[in-house]
Design a protein around this ligand. Structure first.
Ligand code: SF4
Length: 464
């Protein structure tokens, strides 16, 4: 039993600082963040960006397939989902995906190799195994998957059979991310996601049996009925599975976007102090077990590719979070999927009827997006280097963005003075670095270089 959050805080967590700077803000899976996407598409010429992105010599590709169906709704969920018990919906959805792929694949440079595939959801294993095989056939028939490509899939252990895992391995999946959230049955009932830990163990056993090399577990702190002691047990339960990576997300309460989350308010959400204490216990247990703090709630074993990429300064960030792959254009398929080229983002319709009507009509199914101007591209580099490297070297950054960084961004650098005084950033010979104490506040540092961030004007979940 822990008496206070300070008593369990590892040396590098300073609760006063975290409280002081815990403002809401983006997670920077993109820059500018998705809140800047516009539906005023006429002038953006996003279709033309696909052709511009596919000139000879273009870089590798990353593919994302959004599989939105779930049998039941978890009250905390922030994803774009379609709740149904009708598994035949999967077959119909694949027909829609095939139409969307047919609109895009012929426009891609056929020499481009795919180095990353991600099946996200929703619940990908809502799809019966034979539908997963059909999806795999669609992918392999239309894209050139590089040998050793990272092919990951989100797994709900409640909706998984050995036959699902066999089908996923057959189509080339080699990485998995398990939604666990919390192993306490009381919490699970409160969030409408009952998931006995035996299901998690079984999922791990099957995935290891079929050679999945890297398995991630997602946990969430900040849910009803959680407390430091119970969440500490959850972390220990999950450590018993020996995952390669863990994400300990802070629950993002955004009921103005996800009305079902209001149900959780009736059950009592933990106070910010309690959330901090849960983050602290997770951080302490994971680092004591040898996991490396990658940044922004992510942890990895030292021998995992993510930890090795960070050590080598080769970590990247995209819509799926931290990644080891640089410079890939992302082509997303399915409702709500986001695509990106070097200077555009576009997001598909977020309802099934609208997405399906567009692909049936032979139109690219997006309804919002953004074209980045050269300043956006420079700031994206700056923000992503902070989020991935936790440090900036002004000389190399100046070479990368083509302007004198220190002179051009002097006002932003001056704005770091309070963070410097509080020990969150430290000036170095040729730049600055985020300190160990500042690590939980990484995105607060990045926000200082975000030209669009207006605290009062935008609604995001809290930074912690
Ligand atoms: S299973 Fe996943 S995607 Fe579906 S409702 Fe639950 S959290 Fe959301």
């Amino acid at each position: 039993m822990y008496s206070s959050i300070e008593s369990i805080a590892p040396a590098q967590l300073d609760f006063d600082l975290i409280r002081k700077y815990s403002i809401s803000g983006p997670r920077y899976t993109s820059y500018p963040s998705a809140t800047q996407f516009t539906t005023d598409l006429a002038s953006l010429k996003l279709d033309e960006a696909i052709d511009a992105d596919n000139q000879p010599g273009s870089g590798p590709l990353s593919l994302y397939f959004h599989l939105p169906f779930c049998e039941t709704r978890c009250w905390f969920c922030g994803c774009t989902t379609v709740i149904t018990l009708n598994h035949a919906a999967a077959g119909d959805y694949i027909e829609g995906l095939a139409k969307e792929v047919a609109l895009i694949a012929p426009r891609l440079d056929r020499h481009r190799k795919v180095n990353q595939v991600h099946l996200g959801g929703g619940t990908p294993t809502f799809f019966p195994p034979d539908d997963l095989r059909r999806l795999g056939a669609l992918i392999h028939a239309n894209f050139d998957i590089a040998p050793g490509a990272e092919f990951s899939v989100e797994i709900d252990p409640r909706r998984l059979t050995r036959e699902h895992v066999a089908a996923l391995a057959e189509i080339g999946a080699n990485r998995a991310s398990l939604g666990v959230q919390d192993t306490d049955p009381r919490v699970q009932l409160a969030i409408h996601r009952y998931q006995p830990h035996a299901l998690n163990r079984q999922a791990f056993q099957w995935l290891r049996e079929f050679g999945f090399g890297s398995i991630n577990v997602d946990l969430i702190q900040g849910l009803p009925l959680q407390n430091t002691e119970s969440f500490g047990r959850t972390v220990e339960d999950v450590l018993g599975l020996q995952p390669d990576r863990l994400s300990v997300f802070s629950y993002a309460h955004v009921p103005w976007l996800k009305p079902a989350q209001k149900i959780l308010e009736d059950q009592g959400l933990p106070r910010p102090e309690e959330k901090l204490s849960m983050y602290a216990i997770a951080h302490a247990k994971l680092t004591a077990a040898g996991y490396v703090d990658i940044g922004l709630d992510h942890f990895a074993r030292p021998d995992d590719a993510l930890a090795q990429a960070q050590a080598a300064g080769a970590l990247h960030r995209n819509f799926q979070g931290y990644s080891t792959h640089a410079g890939a254009s992302l082509y997303g398929f399915g409702l709500s999927a986001i695509s990106s080229t070097p200077d555009t983002y576009r997001q598909n319709h977020r309802t099934l009827p609208a997405w399906r009507a567009a692909v049936d009509a032979g139109q690219l199914p997006y309804d919002r997006g953004l074209r980045l101007n050269p300043e956006d591209v420079r700031r994206r580099t700056i923000v992503m280097r902070i989020m991935c490297d936790r440090r900036l070297d002004y000389a190399s950054l100046s070479r990368e963005i083509g302007v004198d960084f220190a002179a051009t961004y002097a006002p932003e650098l001056a704005s770091l003075s309070d963070l410097e005084a509080d020990g969150i950033v430290r000036r170095t010979a040729g730049g600055f670095e985020v300190t160990a104490v500042g690590s939980p506040l990484l995105r607060v540092v990045a926000m200082r270089f975000d030209a669009y961030y207006r605290p009062a004007a935008q609604r995001h979940a809290q930074a912690i």
